[in-house]
Design a protein around this ligand. Structure first.
Ligand code: ARG
Length: 585
């Protein structure tokens, strides 16, 4: 509990709102503080339009009066009316002191707050399908989901991450049929998913010639539903083999789940769910199937039970949602899946609502756009899906080639290449809003000077290297301790950081906590990704213009304090995105 109570000590936005509330007699909620586009228009601004009605005065007149009336705290250098706006100019020294102290004192906790305390968020993401490769279609959900998982935890929420495996459905009847006819244990053990995919293709080729195979496949599904031992044993083995590939990937991506539970678990509950829906008088029959009519809500019907007794995707989702609510009593339950499932989600969430569950409003479908390649395709030339494993390998080897060219002496090259290559892939997915389709372009995402993961990581490594040079050889301090020691020393003088470049860096540092909150509110990782790009750019402008390790001790100390603060916030930002922050590159 304790660690969450250290909110930013001088929250400038909050304090300005308080000052204005006092001067205007308005409730705090009515006051919005804006950030002007140019800093010569002030560092913060208050648009006076909202007061025009109640005060029966024109906004410019209100701005002029307020400029006179406001009591200026020491950290506020100047207040000026500018048309309908009231502009606030901060005292740069006071600002520098407060922001840098906050960052370094709070360290890894800078940016979090108590908003999530006592609240439970369920985040479901990744959810690949058994017996199929982990392909690019699941990259977005995995990367965006992991970031949201991190962000909510950071904000103090109790988070349960769930991997909802696609492990049930007609395809398993087909696979079992194919395996028993043409498969071999050795072959599948060796080739894992590859072998299963081949069997699946083979099944379809053969079923085209002999449609009775489809009957056989269906009968396996029904048998498995009734607990058939042979079928379930083979199925379990397929699940295990698939998980081997998935686990390898999760390990490389730095992901683990609190709960891995397949759709099979909910298939067993379909009767129960159908009865609950029927009890509410929502279930009707249509062409032999049981459905919930959603026409009054402008949607096609939601299928609940099939005529042949097979289970259905929406029914499994309804069962899972009820189960999750019973288990976690969630305040929010997020589902990160592609846009193309939007209708499916709207339908079953509507059914939950119609069933009268008030928590239906806590469910949110967090959608995202497609991942495209330069040629606009999602699959390889031969029409196969692109495997995420191949993407990771390619990213890593391309990065290794760049390192070999730029910094061949680097120790641990392979490891760094993996961190940077995979970081580049993740960053390029997270840098744009979720809904936008993302085009993969190797050259762009691996450009160390663009708006990329490697650029941010490189800036972080640069800050680390400056700090390392300043550390005496025998010192065993970590960078966090070092920053705190530097700012706490008697010669730290924030007035040495009042030029435009360091000031810009500090403005971005100051805004970081608000950006993290905003990212959580909108479930939008790009807000964090773009903010740390801005931070890296501002720090690099500072670095180009000012020498850090100067002889003058107070100046050198002040610039090191800034560097230590930047290092901290970039690291936190990268970690929230699920990207590693190597200390050398
Ligand atoms: N396994 C599904 C697919 O790959 C995604 C599952 C999404 N989650 C859910 N609760 N329906 O398409």
């Amino acid at each position: 509990m304790e660690k969450y109570e250290t909110l930013t000590r001088v929250d400038f936005v909050q304090s300005l709102a308080e000052i204005l509330a006092e001067a205007t007699d308005l409730p705090m909620t009515e006051i919005t503080i804006a950030t002007p586009p140019e800093s010569d228009m002030g560092h913060f601004a208050f648009p006076c339009f909202s007061l025009a009605n109640s005060l029966k005065k024109a906004p410019p007149a209100i701005a002029r009066e307020l400029a006179e009336k406001i009591k200026r705290p020491s950290w506020l250098e100047r207040v000026a009316a500018n048309g309908p706006y009231l502009n606030f100019f901060l005292d740069r020294t006071a600002f520098a002191n407060a922001v840098l102290m906050d960052v370094l004192e709070l360290g890894t906790e800078y940016g979090n707050n108590s908003q999530g305390l006592g609240k439970h968020v369920v985040v479901e993401y990744s959810s690949p399908n058994i017996a199929k490769h982990f392909h690019v279609g699941h990259f977005g959900t995995t990367i965006i989901g992991k970031c949201l998982d991190n962000v909510y935890r950071f904000l103090g929420y109790d988070v349960t991450s769930i991997n909802h495996l696609g492990d049930w459905g007609t395809q398993f009847g087909k696979l079992i049929t194919a395996y028993l006819k043409w498969g071999s244990k050795e072959e599948i053990t060796k080739t894992e998913i590859e072998g299963l995919v081949k069997l699946y293709v083979k099944f379809h080729e053969e079923a085209d010639k002999d449609p009775s195979l489809n009957e056989e496949a269906r009968s396996w599904v029904v048998k498995m539903q009734d607990g058939d031992k042979q079928g379930l044993e083979i199925w379990e083995w397929f699940v295990e083999l698939s998980m081997n590939e998935f686990e390898r990937l999760y390990e490389r991506l730095g992901i683990s789940f609190d709960l891995v539970r397949g759709e099979s678990y909910y298939a067993k509950k379909q009767r129960e769910v159908a009865d609950m829906i029927a009890e509410k008088g929502l279930l009707t029959e249509s062409e032999g199937a049981q459905i919930v009519d959603l026409e009054p809500h402008g949607m096609p019907p939601c299928l609940i039970l099939r005529s042949d007794g097979g289970t259905l995707y929406p029914t499994r989702d309804i069962a899972a949602a009820i189960d999750r609510y019973n288990m976690f009593n969630f305040d929010k339950c997020l589902y990160v899946t592609g846009n193309e499932q939007a209708l499916h989600f709207s339908q079953w969430i509507k059914v939950i609502e119609l069933m009268g569950y008030p928590w239906a409003t806590n469910i949110e479908h967090v959608t995202y756009g497609m991942l495209l390649f330069e040629n606009g395709k999602l699959s390889t030339r031969r029409g196969e899906v692109i495997k995420v494993e191949d993407l990771l390998n390619e990213a890593t080897s391309k990065t290794l080639a760049i390192i070999n060219e730029k910094n061949p002496e680097l120790r641990n090259k392979e490891h760094v290449a993996e961190q940077v290559g995979i970081g580049a892939l993740k960053f390029s997915r997270l840098y744009n809003g979720r809904i936008k389709d993302t085009t993969f372009d190797w050259d762009r995402m691996l450009n160390f000077e663009g708006e990329t993961g490697p650029y941010v990581q490189y800036t972080h490594a640069r800050a680390c290297s400056v700090l390392r040079k300043a550390l005496s050889d025998e010192s065993r301090m970590d960078f966090g301790q070092m920053g705190l020691a530097l700012i706490s020393g008697p010669t730290f003088d924030a007035s040495l950081l009042t030029e435009d470049e360091p000031f810009e860096v500090m403005r971005i540092l100051h805004d970081f906590p608000a950006k993290v909150q905003d990212a959580a509110e909108k479930n939008e990782p790009y807000i964090i990704a773009r903010h740390i790009i801005a931070l890296a750019q501002a720090y690099n402008s500072f670095y180009t213009k000012h020498v850090i390790l100067v002889d003058d001790e107070p100046l050198r100390r002040a610039r090191l304090v800034l560097t230590a603060s930047v290092r901290q916030v970039i690291k936190t930002g990268l970690e929230l995105l699920g990207i590693s922050a190597p200390v050398v590159m």
